[in-house]
Design a protein around this ligand. Structure first.
Ligand code: NAD
Length: 245
């Protein structure tokens, strides 16, 4: 993959899972990375500049954006997921999901995008839950991930003149710490075990397995790289065939 000379990337959610794998991939390929997460400890091993921030909080977000001039790449991986029977979600649950997932993605694109170097690229994180309705126990999360598809298209238009490209990855089952929590929480609600749930879910994937974070990082790297220079406003399913539209 070819990255811009002297490229600098801001990667959120860099303490864990796909954000961490993306930060590592970029660092290994000579890109300077500023890692952002609410979890300071999780970023300590990366060996790059780190910023600790709750991206669902406008004040914390401002501390990140005020230091974000001249980036080439922005990866918005930070997110939370919460499981409940759908009729038990509260307004606070809904708001927190939107603050951390959709609001942070929108406002990081809005504040950092226009100050990125021409030729830069942004990758946002949607989810197959934006396209399927099989996990209604995370309905607010799914709604945030649907919103992120729209936010991605809007900023692809808004930043096209710069030009900064804006695309989304749409992961299915990816084996990360979030996925481990998903299995535990969802199994409890459905009265099954994480192992049984995992087996049943893998059967719904044509490839019959979840992905690794490193496989995801390679797709994200492609969307940032010069090789995807004519792709913007796109969402790329990364789901082993679970979703094909
Ligand atoms: N793992 C999957 O199967 C899967 C599937 C579809 C979409 N996704 C999406 O992929 C992205 C990465 O997920 P992952 O599985 O690597 O998750 P993860 O939980 O392993 O990592 C998410 C990171 O975001 C950070 N974070 C959470 N709230 C934050 C906040 N308020 N401020 C700053 N950082 C915060 C966490 O500390 C964590 O380091 C997320 O957007 C997730 O919704 C994951």
């Amino acid at each position: 993959m070819t990255f811009k000379d002297g490229a600098r990337a801001l990667v959120t959610g860099a303490a864990s899972g796909m954000g961490e794998a993306t930060a590592r991939y970029l660092l290994e390929h000579g890109v300077q990375v500023v890692a952002v997460d609410v979890n300071a400890d999780g970023m300590s091993h990366l060996g790059c500049e780190t910023l600790v921030a709750d991206l669902g909080d406008p004040g914390d977000r401002a501390k990140v954006t005020e230091r974000a001039d001249g980036f080439d790449y922005l990866v918005n991986a930070a997110a939370i997921i919460q499981f409940k029977p759908i009729f038990e979600f509260t307004v606070e649950d809904w708001r927190r999901a939107f603050q951390v997932n959709a609001e942070s993605t929108f406002f990081l694109c809005q504040t950092i995008g226009p100050r990125m170097r021409p030729g830069g690229a942004i990758v946002n994180f949607s989810s197959t839950s934006a396209k399927l309705s099989s996990t209604i126990e995370a309905a607010p999360y799914a709604a945030t991930k649907t919103a992120i598809l729209s936010v991605t298209r809007s900023f692809a238009y808004a930043l096209a003149d710069r030009p900064v490209r804006v695309n989304a990855i749409v992961p299915g089952i990816t084996n990360t710490p979030m996925q481990e929590r998903v299995l535990i929480d969802l199994a409890k609600i459905r009265g099954t075990t994480p192992e049984a749930l995992s087996e049943a879910r893998d059967k719904t994937v044509p490839f019959k397995r979840g992905a690794s974070s490193d496989e995801a990082a390679a797709v994200i790297a492609f969307l940032l790289s010069e090789e995807s220079g004519y792709i913007t406003g796109e969402n790329i399913n990364f789901s082993g065939g679970m979703v094909m539209w």
